[in-house]
Design a protein around this ligand. Sequence first.
Ligand code: NAD
Length: 251
Amino acid sequence: MNILYPDLKAKTILITGGLGFLASQFIKALEHNFCKVIILDKKKSNKKNFFYCDITKESDLKSVYRRIKKKYKSIDVLINNAANNYGAGSKLTELRLENFSDKIWDDDLKVGLKGAMLCTKIFGSEMSKQKLGGNIINISSDLGIISPDNRIYKKNFVKPVTYSVIKHGIIGLTKYTATYWPKKVRCNAIAFGGMKNNQDKNFIKKIQKLIPMGRMGKKNEYNNVLLFLSSNASSYINGTTIVVDGGRTIL
Ligand SMILES: NC(=O)c1ccc[n+]([C@@H]2O[C@H](COP(=O)([O-])OP(=O)(O)OC[C@H]3O[C@@H](n4cnc5c(N)ncnc54)[C@H](O)[C@@H]3O)[C@@H](O)[C@H]2O)c1
């Protein structure tokens, strides 16, 4: 069940990677709170309030920003959620650090870190000039706090180094942003643990052993923290990382 925050009704919220798996849950919860959600993604869509945009390209972002500015009064909340999520379907030889390619490193960091920084630069700058300021939420991971445990994955998989670097980096970007326009823009991160989503049974068995609550997150267990951080209910929370992981990172 999603909590209702009355102040969200008046807010316009922009989410990057808005056509992805987690974003679809977030958007439902936000729309249930009657806020306007603007979606940016590099996939195509006919959804309302959708803007095609590759967030790694500053020129794309600037042109989308101009179109958004004409159409909407303000952006109150930016959610940096987009990710390249390199790894699935790749060969073990390519995933291993010994062979990790420059190109994959660049492509992954371009979306996860540069993209988040560019969105912060463009939309955060605008927020810093708004009368009511703004609010940025960065999506990190439990693996932005601890290392992946490569023993839990299938034999032919290791978590790519870029995932750790991006998710730790996002927490750094959060702290930097939180102190950059502190009177106008607050910024926080959410470190989600893995959500259950038809993963391999063996993997689920192994990861559950690393989580004090003994299970992965369920679809509806990630939304409320996002709603809370988006709303004025969290108005004095700035620069922190809220961990939603069943306790995995405290072990
Ligand atoms: N799924 C999980 O269990 C989980 C757990 C912890 C953290 N996360 C984090 O949550 C966020 C969302 O994860 P997800 O599982 O929904 O991923 P996803 O792959 O389903 O969605 C990512 C979206 O980002 C978009 N995207 C990629 N590159 C882009 C670009 N250059 N410009 C614009 N859009 C781009 C993709 O098209 C896609 O729609 C990610 O940051 C991920 O690391 C996910």
